[in-house]
Design a protein around this ligand. Structure first.
Ligand SMILES: NC(=O)c1ccc[n+]([C@@H]2O[C@H](COP(=O)([O-])OP(=O)(O)OC[C@H]3O[C@@H](n4cnc5c(N)ncnc54)[C@H](OP(=O)(O)O)[C@@H]3O)[C@@H](O)[C@H]2O)c1
Length: 328
């Protein structure tokens, strides 16, 4: 079956810059895989913004269709894992990195990458959460696994996808989440998610060069890396834990060993890309039920492929708030 479809394709220009445009493609051009999916919704994650702007650390070969998330209906399945019309989601693995991603109306992937649409979520809601939601869920799971039950949890990049959903989940779990943000004008939005307080990012990182900082937090979720993660590890209390998933500020971590050897702090690494399916399914079950943000509709903004350029620019400038869902 050969179908032509529309996709947002990023290409290298003659001057070495990269730009995206909506292009006609054919399912014949898609990679091998057992499941062909008619994508209905995708979403915008930080990694998509990097891929769409020519970041070779994410995508090696261009022209390329970004989109690490996709929700849609199975059009064809060659190994019996799904039947035609089944609603499925795909997040992470290689989708949108070096495999044509969710910014196309069709994707073809290995059947092990596809999960049934989680109960309690429409396709749009699943993409309002997307990789950011899954990652936020894994960050909180990590803290719970370390035995954290209550207290004040600092969350960096709070207005972003992972940060905003982590705040909502932490609140549901009975924690007091504190939003660390560069956008203090978004205080109302952050409070509506469940933030108990708003900390300007510059205040949070002030003093991060000291050997240790005053222990304030009962735990943390960091999406920024760099001095933000340094400050978090140096200012969490004895025996507490920090989930680390991102590098929006920096991939570097200027740190000494004091938080670990003097305060018994644990650093939990979070990866949603290669995360095993049993763990993903458990996280999605919660995202579709007890952890489903009550303000999910307000958290996400819908756009179409022709609105992507603007949203990508905003995200790379750190100006995006909440989640962007793309309707195909
Ligand atoms: N490990 C994994 O599996 C995984 C999965 C998903 C995402 N991630 C990573 O997690 C991070 C966040 O992803 P996301 O999708 O939530 O991105 P996002 O929606 O763009 O949110 C990132 C937030 O961080 C803050 N920020 C951005 N640039 C900054 C800078 N240069 N300095 C300080 N703060 C900055 C902004 O929030 P404020 O203005 O509120 O501070 C921004 O809204 C990214 O690094 C992404 O690659 C990792």
């Amino acid at each position: 079956m050969s179908i032509s479809f529309r996709a947002y394709v990023t290409s290298e220009n003659s001057d070495g810059t990269y730009s995206g445009r909506i292009t006609e493609r054919s399912t014949d051009d898609l990679p091998a895989g057992e499941v062909l999916i008619r994508v209905r919704y995708s979403s915008l994650n930080y990694k998509d913004a990097l891929s769409a702007s020519g970041n070779k650390g994410v995508t090696k070969k261009y022209p390329h269709t970004p989109g690490v998330d996709a929700a849609g209906e199975v059009a064809e399945c060659t190994d019996g894992s799904f039947k035609q019309g089944d609603k499925v989601i795909v997040t992470g693995h290689d989708l949108g990195m070096n495999t044509a991603g969710g910014y196309g109306e069709y994707i073809r992937v290995p059947s092990s990458w596809a999960l049934p649409l989680p109960a309690g979520l429409t396709m749009k809601e699943a993409m309002s959460l997307g990789t950011a939601g899954l990652t936020a869920a894994l960050c909180v799971e990590g803290l719970l696994h370390m035995g954290l039950k209550s207290g004040q949890i600092a969350v960096t990049g709070a207005t972003g996808g992972v940060g905003s959903i982590a705040i909502s989940i932490l609140k549901t779990e009975g924690f007091a989440p504190f939003a660390v943000t560069g956008k203090t004008d978004q205080a109302d939005f952050l409070k509506s998610l469940g933030a108990e307080g708003i900390i300007p990012s510059s205040d949070f990182t002030a003093g991060s060069e000291k050997p240790l900082m005053k222990p304030i937090w009962d735990g943390g979720v960091d999406v920024l890396g760099g001095n933000a993660l340094t400050a978090m590890l140096k200012s969490v209390k004895y025996g507490s834990a920090v989930s680390c998933c991102g590098l929006a500020m920096s991939p570097d971590l200027p740190l000494n060993v004091f938080p670990f050897i003097l305060r018994g702090v644990s650093l939990i690494g979070i990866d949603s890309v290669e995360c095993p399916n049993d763990k993903r399914i458990r996280a999605w079950e919660k995202l579709g039920s007890i952890w489903k943000p009550s303000i999910l509709d307000d958290l996400s903004h819908e756009t179409e492929l022709n609105g992507l350029d603007e949203k990508i620019k905003q995200m790379l400038a750190g100006k995006a708030a909440g989640r962007t869902v793309i309707k195909l």
